[in-house]
Design a protein around this ligand. Structure first.
Ligand SMILES: NC(=O)c1ccc[n+]([C@@H]2O[C@H](COP(=O)([O-])OP(=O)(O)OC[C@H]3O[C@@H](n4cnc5c(N)ncnc54)[C@H](O)[C@@H]3O)[C@@H](O)[C@H]2O)c1
Length: 357
């Protein structure tokens, strides 16, 4: 099969990562970049591909079979819509949008035009997550009762030189916690209610620097997420899972805990805890590491995207699904702002049936 031509819109941190995976793939080639920044000129020059300041010009000029959108959150829908209008399958970085109405409009446009949208919740392509889904889904830890997740990182001050990361729509709830919420939805179940608190006291930006939320799932599981971008710890998926060791240090400590009635699972160390025989806190509990081959999560995501473009697979996370993750994430932001508990099945701003056409 001939290589498919992929264009990348937005050549910043994650755009470069996608371009690196495209360069390593024998199934696709980079056809052009769109990015108005001067840094992108250097990037395009090094890679020997055409650079467009306006992504629309790229879409109308180049023969792109597929597009990867890596621009700031607030532009995802506009660029995604332009691709759908031209019939071009698109991988849109997360979050799918920064508001629910436009996420739903994009999902609807994708459905009506039959142009696939894959959303960049890349962890779903991690074999560790596949293993966890099997362990939890097949009942190896009994009935899941609690999930406890830490996303506690220290982002260097220079990270915030880019203005959109300091402003509403660009904070760690939408940038980082959304990955955790997607993971919870994927592994544990749909979100039924949301309570949250947040603080911007340490960095004093327009957006929060720290937050915590408690989610009740439809199946009764309770999930807690602690979040901060100003906490000097090793306790986050980014450093512990080792998905991108060029960008982040690798420190494989457990950060994600799933507790069931018969046992427990921690990630990314994949330790499965259980009793021999009778259960009870007076009895010894044993941990055993579940074996797994390491894989490149971003390469897996790209291979899956190529299958989607070739019509060989449905998106593992499509626009409707990503809109549900966004709905729960925006509900966290809203609950933190108001201090009120949000019922995801009753509140018309967030409820899932409004997400599905
Ligand atoms: N899945 C992941 O692991 C992951 C990791 C990091 C970022 N992201 C997501 O990727 C997106 C980009 O994040 P980043 O950290 O790479 O940001 P960044 O600021 O490093 O890069 C964004 C790039 O987009 C360019 N840009 C802005 N407006 C544009 C437009 N209209 N057309 C073309 N280019 C435009 C900017 O010049 C910049 O080069 C965000 O939505 C973020 O949430 C995902």
């Amino acid at each position: 099969m001939s290589k498919i031509n992929i264009a990348v819109v937005g050549a910043g941190v994650i755009g470069k990562r996608h371009m690196q995976e495209i360069a390593s793939s024998d199934q696709c080639r980079l056809v052009a970049i769109a990015d108005p920044s001067s840094e992108a000129e250097h990037q395009a020059g090094t890679l020997g591909v055409a650079l467009y300041k306006d992504y629309r010009k790229l879409l109308d000029t180049e023969r792109a079979d597929a597009v990867i959108v890596c621009t700031p959150n607030s532009t995802h829908v506009e660029v995604g819509m332009a691709c759908i209008d031209r019939g071009i399958p698109v991988l849109i970085e997360k979050p799918i949008a920064d508001d629910l109405a436009s996420a739903r409009a994009l999902a609807e446009a994708s459905r009506t035009a039959r142009v696939p949208v894959l959303v960049g919740h890349h962890r779903r392509h991690n074999p560790m997550v596949r293993t966890a889904k099997k362990v939890i889904g097949e009942g190896h830890i009994g009935k899941l009762v609690v999930a406890n997740i830490m996303c506690l990182v220290y982002k260097p001050d220079a990270y915030f030189d880019v203005p959109w990361r300091r402003r509403t729509g660009g904070g760690p709830i939408l940038i980082n916690m959304i990955h955790e919420i997607d993971l919870i939805r994927h592994l544990c179940g749909e979100v039924a209610s949301v309570q949250a608190v947040s603080s911007s006291r340490t960095r004093a930006h327009e957006v929060e620097d720290s937050a915590a939320c408690t989610l009740e799932l439809d199946n009764g599981t309770v999930a807690n997420i602690s979040l901060s971008d100003t906490a000097a710890t090793p306790w986050s998926w980014d450093t512990a899972a080792g998905e991108d060791r060029q960008l982040f240090d690798y420190c494989p400590v457990p950060t994600h805990f799933f507790a069931g009635t018969n046992g427990a699972l921690s990630l990314p160390d994949r330790t499965l805890w259980s009793y021999d025989g009778e259960k009870g806190r007076h009895r010894p509990i044993h941990g055993e590491c579940t074996p797994m081959e390491e894989e490149n999560t971003y390469a897996n995501q790209l291979r899956h995207f190529i299958d989607v473009v070739n019509g060989a697979a449905e998106p593992l996370i499509d626009a409707h699904d990503a809109a549900r993750t966004l709905a729960a994430t925006l509900a966290v932001a809203e609950a933190a702002k108001t201090g009120l508990k949000i019922d995801m099945n009753a509140d018309t701003r967030f409820r899932a049936r409004d997400t599905i056409a």
